[in-house]
Design a protein around this ligand. Structure first.
Ligand code: ADP
Ligand code: MG
Length: 244
């Protein structure tokens, strides 16, 4: 279906009580995210980007408003247990600091989301190896995070984020710790895999360069949407040779 809405936010507010004060982190956000599009959430530090991401991913609940997944799952109404299942099924994450398990190999780290979903062991290893191959790390599957470069660790975390074929992948400053060349490689990987499977990407950054890989830029300031730009006409061509 064209323009299928994957997630919709209606007048979402997030207020943190701090002693006698109230910190308004998000102040009435209404947005729609469409299947297969790549979004860039752009704003300075403290503007509310991570809060917004955490709410959409069901890691935190809004103080006010609605977050609706695929037209029927109301995130704010789900129990913690249901939310955990929901995240396993629909959502993948890529973090700035990779967040890999230090004692596990690249293959084991990539397998984790499949273990949580109780995929049989043989299938898990096969899928995880396919993903490692797609991110160019087939020959590093035995390596632990401390035995890999930052870029290689981020490749593993990309493999882990996509191994379940989630509908939405969230990336919070995914290239924040990487040099320019590696940043380009990572963006090609993340966007290349998402395009191949028509997945929705929500990319949080303060780096305007990353917007070139996106269809829409959502500018956020002081917890409000400042403007939404359609930048799909200026998108760079994604270089991705991986086969999944
Ligand atoms: P960004 O990711 O754009 O840097 P955040 O979403 O982390 O911004 O934060 C938005 C605002 O909400 C900031 O003013 C921050 O201090 C505040 N904030 C975020 N999380 C909390 C929390 N758990 N408790 C209190 N205030 C918070
Ligand atoms: Mg942040």
């Amino acid at each position: 279906m064209a323009n299928e809405i994957v997630v919709e936010l209606k007048d979402v507010k997030k207020i943190y009580p701090m002693g006698d004060e109230r910190i308004v982190a998000l102040d009435g956000i209404s947005l729609k995210f469409v299947r297969g599009k790549i979004y860039c959430l752009l704003g300075v530090s403290g503007s509310g980007k991570s809060t917004l991401l955490n709410l959409i991913a069901g890691l935190e609940k809004p103080t006010h408003g609605e977050i609706i997944f695929k037209g029927k799952h109301h995130i704010q109404k789900m129990s913690e247990k249901k939310l955990a299942i929901f995240r396993q099924r629909y959502v993948g994450f890529v973090f700035q600091s990779y967040n890999l398990m230090p004692t596990l190999t690249a293959l084991e780290n990539t397998t984790l989301p499949l273990i949580f979903r109780r995929v049989p062991k043989k299938v898990r290893s096969k899928k995880a190896m396919q993903m490692l191959k797609a991110v160019g790390l087939a020959n590093r599957w035995r390596h632990k995070p401390s035995e890999m470069s930052g870029g290689q660790q981020q490749r593993v975390s990309i493999a882990r984020a996509f191994v379940n074929q989630p509908e939405i992948v969230f990336c919070d400053e995914p290239t924040g710790n990487l040099d320019t060349k590696t940043t380009v490689e990572m963006m090609n990987l993340i966007c290349g895999i998402a395009n191949q499977h028509n997945q929705t990407l929500i990319l949080v950054t303060h780096n305007l360069e990353l917007a070139r890989y996106c269809d829409e830029v959502i500018h956020i300031r002081d917890g409000k949407i400042e403007k939404i730009e359609d930048v799909s006409a200026d998108k760079v061509e994604i270089q991705f040779g991986g086969i999944l």
